[in-house]
Design a protein around this ligand. Structure first.
Ligand code: 6GU
Length: 232
């Protein structure tokens, strides 16, 4: 899979993608990520990427020309992407099913906004999907782009070992994960639940299932709700 990221602050994206699972996914050739500096597509002596909003209001707006130019250049070099994704707090909520779906794409373009927003013509003409990573406001789309990249990169074949298979993640089956422990079996008087050291795999599975359901009920009851029971 290829991922092109267009950012006003590209260095925020460049650092973290070299590390951890995303770095490993690139080393293995499972993902190729290129980060583009929006300013390099801006014209004029000042390479201006933003301007005041028509009609007034607070904050600056990303100009359309550098964004159109950057996406044209990416399409010329690598063809039509599966999606052009704009990261924005008013986008569609990002969740595991969306990560699963996007992980099947061959080519994604991520546009990380900044300042007050981006000229609406970009959203109308170029963007195919608008994504938010949660109900809070961040100062730019760079961190959300990293979140999306991590979530899709770790789903690429061969990136996770069997031991950390994505299929065992919280959310893949709709429940939160069970607690995990490692040695020592007792630390500062705190003991690991004996069932986990019993060697009885049926009992361990039953304990984990019970604890996962109880934890999900307490912490995320919304995940247990039957969507068909929606009252509106
Ligand atoms: Cl995608 N962008 C920004 N700026 N803030 C956010 C977000 C995105 N998702 C949640 N908050």
């Amino acid at each position: 899979m290829r991922i092109d990221v267009i950012a006003a602050l590209p260095d925020i994206v460049r650092g973290p993608i070299q590390h951890s699972i995303v770095g490993r996914a690139q080393d293995k050739g499972a993902v190729e990520i290129e980060v583009h500096d929006l300013r390099e597509f801006a014209e004029g002596k000042h390479r201006q990427i933003d301007d005041y909003p028509f009609g007034g209001g607070a904050g600056m707006v990303l100009k359309p020309e550098p964004i159109f130019a950057s996406i044209d250049a990416i399409k010329d070099a690598h063809g039509e992407p599966d999606e052009v994704i704009f990261l924005t707090p008013d986008g569609e909520p990002f969740d595991q099913p969306m990560a699963n779906r996007l992980s099947m794409a061959e080519h994604l373009v991520l546009l990380a906004g900044h300042y007050k927003g981006v000229d609406q013509r970009v959203r109308d003409e170029l963007v195919t999907l608008e994504v938010s990573i949660g109900d809070y406001v961040l100062s730019g789309g760079e961190l959300p782009a990293l979140v999306l990249i991590d979530a899709v990169a770790r789903l690429q074949p061969g990136v996770l070992g069997d031991a950390s298979s994505a299929l065992t993640d919280s959310f893949q089956d709709g429940l939160l994960d069970a607690p995990v422990y490692t040695r020592p079996a007792e630390y500062r008087g705190l003991r690991v639940p004996p069932v986990l050291r019993s060697g009885n795999h049926a009992a361990i599975t039953e304990w984990r299932d019970t604890v996962r359901i109880e934890k999900t009920r307490r912490r995320r009851p919304d995940l247990l709700e039957d969507p068909a029971a929606e009252t509106g």
